[in-house]
Design a protein around this ligand. Sequence first.
Ligand code: GTP
Ligand code: SPV
Ligand code: MN
Length: 594
Amino acid sequence: MTNNKHVLTWLDEMVALVKPDKVVWIDGSEEQLKALRDEALSTGEMEALNQEELPGCLLHRTKKNDVARVEGRTYICTKNRDDAAPINNWMETSEMKAKLTPMYDGVMKGRTMYVIPYCMGPIGSPFSKVGVELTDSIYVVLNMDIMTRMGQKALDQLGDSNDFVRGLHSKADVDEENRYIVQFPEENTIWSINSAYGGNVLLGKKCFALRIASYQGFKEGWMAEHMLILGIEAPNGETSYITAAFPSACGKTNLAMLIPPEVYAQQGYKVWTVGDDIAWMHIGEDGRLYAINPEAGFFGVAPGTNAKSNYNALASTKKNTIFTNVAHNLDNNTVWWEGLDKNPPVNAVEWTGNKVNGPEYAAQGGKLAHPNSRFTAPAINCPCLSKEFDNPNGVPVTAMVFGGRRAKTAPLVYQSFDWNHGVYVGSAMASETTAAATGAVGVVRRDPMAMRPFCGYNMGDYFSHWLDMGKKLGDKAPKIFNVNWFRTDDEGHFIWPGFGDNMRVLMWILNRCEGKVDAVETAIGYLPKAEDIDVTGLEGEGVTVDTVKDLLTVDSALWLEDCKGVHELYDQIGERVPAELKKQLADLEARLAK
Ligand code: GTP
Ligand code: SPV
Ligand code: MN
């Protein structure tokens, strides 16, 4: 399929290491994919679902010990410690290779190795980059087919170039004690072993498009961010684009596909999805920042997805989708998860593979689907997919938004004073942890720019890179905002209705960017006047201007306490934290103390 000697030489080396019985090049043809699906069905790796209701859809269950990213076993390996540590797990490059090489030695004996050439970003885009993933998992091949532009076209894009990411994955024994997800950014290389789940093994996604790409962006002057990209089309036909960074399972897919509330739909506003998880951003010829989505599909959280909360996401999963760790509804051979509807199937197989009576099981507090169960859906299925999805130049970014789950501190929305202050706001992000990674759920942790698990180099250098990008962009830089959909009342209920209604906040953001609306200058940034967030149509849900006022309150004592957490983070990152950000923090504390 290729004469690229860099690819072939590396492949020979890896084959000699893992010693597969057979090597199969993935060309991306439907014929080859069909044969692989049939094979996975025959071995039970996949189950076919109701082909009338869910044509082309498959169900997969992972091992119980392999259901999420494993941050504790994810490493960034560089020659020098300070180039990756201390936020990342670090090990010196050759030391890690020496540790893993015996684990890979002969690991594919008796197995087939699939060679997957794939392209992150539209084929033909100057901003796209190619990777090759070697894997012993058909599940990986079928998911990569949905998530990336895969096969011969990726090799054509690469040509003779040596600029490709070398990914080696083996599920091995799916042994969690020997699970490693390792990035070598200085060598464009990823080694993943002993997992067969999502972000650990679909190497184009977090491993390449964020960890390796963030380092490439640092070296080459662009940005790889954990951000959705959406367009809001005004009644006059003009579309403005917003990118937003929220930590895992904090609402990117939902926001990217939101359905405008009646008050905006009536006027002719439309929302278009460009991406739901990752944005690669470059400065364009006109000096503005342009974003592409490097992915071709959505690896979305299933629980909570329903026709009301996210119609577009649900619609995206109706054909050619792979479901992982959801419940199997045996009554009609479809799938179910918590929050799809209120009726768990009576005749069900829960996500670990046991037959259960759904309603009884749920009544006892059992979860039929794993909280981090996911769908892998082709982007082309999405009813609101932007017509710019394949635009090789990307879309111009008007506003950037940061956000997380904060029960108390952060207001519904505020705007940073300027780019550098906005970088501070991103660096100070914190969120309650979710099921997207293994470990405790609901603990507040600092997650700068939602990149804590995904930054492929020193976080201090990463902050400097953000500040540098702002210098280059000058007055063409996007405006930076912070949002929080997750404030709770005294009973722990979310106060803001969220989902589609988040558009009300996005409209304030765009109005600010267009200079159409005033704001109140406060210690933390510019806050909206409550009446400038349109709540028309929310009366039924008890949301009024007073609710918005409540959501916009800022408790200085809580904020000063929170600043301590930022100090701790900066201390932990150490000397590479830019002086500018330390000054921003000191200035904020001074304003709050007044
Ligand atoms: P990753 O794929 O892990 O990066 O997650 P994500 O950021 O795309 O999050 P997603 O949109 O899948 O949402 C995760 C969870 O947050 C789901 O359970 C949603 O129902 C919930 N959620 C999303 N948006 C909102 C919102 O506006 N309000 C509330 N209360 N919950 C939300
Ligand atoms: C996330 O955790 O941010 C995800 C899912 O998007 S995974 O691909 O597993 O990283
Ligand atoms: Mn994500």
